[in-house]
Design a protein around this ligand. Structure first.
Ligand SMILES: [Zn+2]
Length: 260
C-alpha cells in the first residue's frame, strides 16, 4: 500500500516537473504587454461592472507604477518590430461599448491622460440607451479613446455559417469606418470565442489583429489573431484581485528568468 502511494507520488512529482519545464521553455524574450479587459464601470453590482471609485484607483495604480497606455496600432507595431514599446505598456480595453464608458470611465481616463480602446457593437450604437452614441464615440476619440470592432451584432460566431461570420466581421468594420472616419483593423471576438477558421475570415476582411479573453500577457510569441488579455471583474475583493492579476504576471516572469 505504502509502496503504491510512493510510486504514485513519484509519478505525480515527475509529471509536474515536466509540465513546469515545458512552461519555462515557452517563455519568450522581448516586451510583455498588459492588456486589461473591462466591460462596465458603474456602481450597481454585476460581475462585469467595476465600481467607479475602484476603476479610478486602478487607473491611479497604473500611472503610479509607471505604466504607459498604448493603442492597438502601437501594440501591432511593437510586435512587428516597427517601434519599440515602453517597458511597462498597458492596453486598456472595454468590450461592448456601454454608455457608462462615457459617463463614468472617460472622465477618469482623461484625468490620468490614459489612452483606451472600446470594442463596440455598431448595430447597438445610438440605438439603445445602455450603449454609447456615435457623438460620444467621436468626442472620446479626440481624447485618445478609440473604437474598434466587437462585430456587428455580437452573435456567437462559432455557430454561424461562413457568409454570416464574414458579414458580422466586415459590416461592423465598414460601418465604424464610415461613422468615425478612421480605419478599423482590430477586433475583440464576442464572448472571447475564436478558432483558426474564424481568425482566417477576420484576416480576409482586413483585420490585423484580434483579442480573446485568454488570460495572459501579450509578447512576441503571441498569435496576432489570438491576443491574450487580463479580464478585470468585480469580486468580493476587486482591488486585491486586480493587484494579484497584475502581480501574477510579473512574478511568473521572474520565476521564468530564474529558471532559465
Ligand atoms: Zn462582448
Amino acid at each position: 500500500m505504502i509502496k503504491k502511494f510512493l510510486a504514485a507520488a513519484l509519478i505525480f512529482f515527475l509529471a509536474t516537473a515536466v509540465v513546469k519545464a515545458q512552461k519555462v521553455d515557452k517563455i519568450v524574450e522581448g516586451p510583455k504587454i498588459l492588456v486589461l479587459n473591462y466591460h462596465q464601470v458603474q456602481n450597481n453590482f454585476n460581475s462585469l461592472s467595476i465600481p467607479v471609485n475602484q476603476f479610478d484607483a486602478q487607473m491611479d495604480y497604473l500611472v503610479e507604477n509607471g505604466y504607459t497606455s498604448i493603442s492597438p496600432e502601437e501594440l501591432y507595431k511593437g510586435l512587428s518590430g516597427e517601434i519599440s514599446l515602453p517597458e511597462k505598456s498597458v492596453l486598456i480595453t472595454f468590450d461592448d461599448g456601454y454608455a457608462d464608458n462615457y459617463t463614468n470611465a472617460f472622465p477618469i481616463l482623461k484625468y490620468y491622460g490614459l489612452k483606451a480602446t472600446i470594442f463596440v457593437i455598431p448595430a447597438l450604437v445610438g440605438r439603445d440607451v445602455r450603449y454609447l452614441t456615435w457623438e460620444q464615440l467621436r468626442e472620446m476619440e479626440q481624447a485618445g479613446v478609440t473604437a474598434q470592432s466587437h462585430t456587428l451584432n455580437h452573435r456567437k460566431l462559432e455557430e454561424l455559417p461562413d457568409d454570416e461570420i464574414r458579414a458580422e466581421l466586415l459590416n461592423s468594420k465598414l460601418l465604424l469606418e464610415e461613422k468615425l472616419g478612421h480605419s478599423v483593423e482590430f477586433l475583440a471576438y464576442p464572448t472571447g470565442t475564436y478558432n483558426l477558421h474564424i481568425a482566417g475570415i477576420a484576416k480576409d476582411c482586413g483585420y490585423r489583429g484580434a483579442f480573446t479573453i485568454k488570460y495572459g500577457n501579450v509578447d512576441l510569441g503571441s498569435n496576432l489573431f489570438a491576443l491574450e488579455r487580463v479580464p478585470i471583474f468585480q469580486t468580493g475583493s476587486t482591488m486585491k484581485d486586480f493587484y494579484e492579476r497584475i502581480e501574477y504576471r510579473q512574478s511568473f516572469e521572474e520565476f521564468g528568468w530564474v529558471k532559465r
